[in-house]
Design a protein around this ligand. Structure first.
Ligand code: PLP
Length: 455
């Protein structure tokens, strides 16, 4: 404890930190971030870092965008709070919903607001159940998700999440969730199986699951276009079209969780476009406001919107909604973010610089500590393996990945290790030169980690 600063001591005494090993934190203290500008953040000791994960996959416009701040300030001055309950509304909420309906790659009929990705996905479940009650099929309630998918941490959305850490010690998943195989070709494919064959097998497994459960009991399938927190896993060729053919056959709703992929990350406005997903409903958060304000949105197709409206007409009211959902300042920030994405052609920018990033990432695949380098757009994952180029588990899972993250941090780049995968998701405004700066320390950091792992 002697080496901890006063603020670090106060932090330990005052806070419970999400996703943090508490005993280790007592040794090291938390890393205090003081300010941000562009793709960089500066800590309390005055050291500057490239923020290679855009915070938590959310600060697509970097850390010092004055327009977003001004949009919030202006709205705070005009109307700092209002809600959408019981017949009230406000202009920023309407304008943002209209704008989203125009932008989304689906026929979005209505928008429902929450504050977080978890709230959006929790609302998906509830509103799909509500829809199915209205449609006279109340037994159609089961939700399919995937192993390694990440959809949030509320009781229901942590159940959708397909990671043991989110289930163990919480008595989860809840009984209405079924987890399908993770679509990671490198790890899950049979020897010699092509990506297309693997996709066909996963679709066949989906059909078997639906038939085993009874199609009349299966309501929806939720998926991230690219799995983020589960390890940056890009779907194999033909995956979503094959899966959706089965879903349509049994009238199982396709829910796209665009919380990370939305708003340019995969070099299209939405991951659904990049991976040929035709969602019935969509969840958005994170880059919706560039991470500057907690706001999320659910977009629903006509059938879902009409059923929700009908239900809310039969009943005294729709019994669902969040105090801060559609907060006027959040909507104002989101509108400013969307205006910037359009005016500065952020999608075009990601298309231009993503190949530079992906090439630098894939160049690391030759390193003897690397199993697989993968990614899409400005998302990337570098999975380490004790067997070069092949999937295998380290004796102590997660330790080597964490060490590589530390080695990168020591060289000025903040990243996040997910098990033994190092994740990259820099602000989308990153330039080619800044990509070089972010990736330059990687070979040396890999060598240092390799030496440490062998010692
Ligand atoms: N869905 C996806 C794809 C996510 O990546 C996340 C968070 O990382 C969530 C949902 C949950 O969002 P939140 O942490 O805002 O509740």
């Amino acid at each position: 404890h002697d080496t901890l600063t006063n603020a670090q001591m106060r932090d330990i005494e005052a806070l419970v930190h999400p996703y943090t090993h508490a005993a280790s934190l007592r040794q090291t203290g938390a890393h205090m971030i003081a300010s941000g500008e562009g793709i960089y953040v500066t800590d309390e000791a005055g050291r500057r870092y490239v923020e290679g994960l855009a915070g938590l996959w959310c600060c697509g416009l970097g850390f010092g965008d004055a327009e977003l701040v001004e949009a919030a300030q202006a709205q705070f001055s005009r109307l700092p709070y209002y809600h959408l309950f019981g017949g009230r509304t406000h202009e920023p909420a309407i304008e943002l919903a209209e704008k989203l309906k125009e932008l989304l790659p689906m026929e979005a009929a209505r928008i429902f607001y929450g504050c977080s990705g978890s709230e959006a996905n929790d609302s998906q479940i509830k509103l799909i159940w509500y829809m199915n009650n209205v449609l006279g099929r109340p037994e159609k309630k089961k939700i399919l998700s995937r192993k390694r998918g990440y959809h949030g941490v509320t009781l229901a959305t942590a159940s959708l999440t397909g990671l043991p850490l989110n289930h163990e010690d919480f008595d989860l998943p809840l009984e209405f969730v079924r987890h399908l195989r993770c679509p990671h070709h490198w790890k899950e494919a049979e020897p010699g199986e092509t990506e297309a064959e693997f996709s066909a097998r996963l679709a066949a497994e989906l059909e078997e699951t639906i038939l085993a459960e009874g199609p009349e009991t299966v309501a929806a399938f939720i998926a991230e276009p690219v799995m983020g927190a589960g390890g940056v896993i890009v779907p194999p060729e033909g995956y979503f079209p094959a899966m959706q053919a089965v879903l349509r056959k049994y009238d199982v709703q396709m829910v796209a969780d665009e919380v990370i992929c939305g708003f340019g990350r995969t070099a299209n406005w939405f991951g659904s476009e990049t991976f040929s997903i035709a969602p019935n409903s969509m969840s958005m958060a994170k880059q919706l406001t560039g991470g500057y304000f907690p706001l999320s949105a659910v977009a629903m197709d006509r059938r879902m919107a009409e059923a929700v409206e009908e239900g809310a007409s039969r009943n005294p009211a729709l019994g669902h909604g969040f105090t801060y959902g559609g907060h006027p300042a959040g909507c104002a920030v989101a509108l400013a973010a969307l205006a910037i994405y359009e005016r500065r052609d952020i999608v075009g920018h990601v298309r231009r610089v993503a190949p530079v990033f992906q090439a630098r990432l894939r160049a690391a695949a030759d390193h003897p500590l690397v199993g697989e380098a993968r990614g899409a757009g400005l998302m990337g994952g570098l999975e380490l393996s004790p067997e070069p180029g092949r999937p295998a588990a380290f004796a102590q899972p997660g330790k080597v990945g964490a060490r590589l993250m530390e080695e990168m941090l020591a060289r000025g780049v903040i990243l996040r290790s997910l098990g033994d995968t190092l994740a990259f998701c820099p602000p989308m405004v990153i330039t080619e030169a800044e990509i070089e700066e972010m990736m330059a320390p990687l070979p040396e950091a890999l060598d240092a980690t390799h030496a440490w792992a062998r010692a």
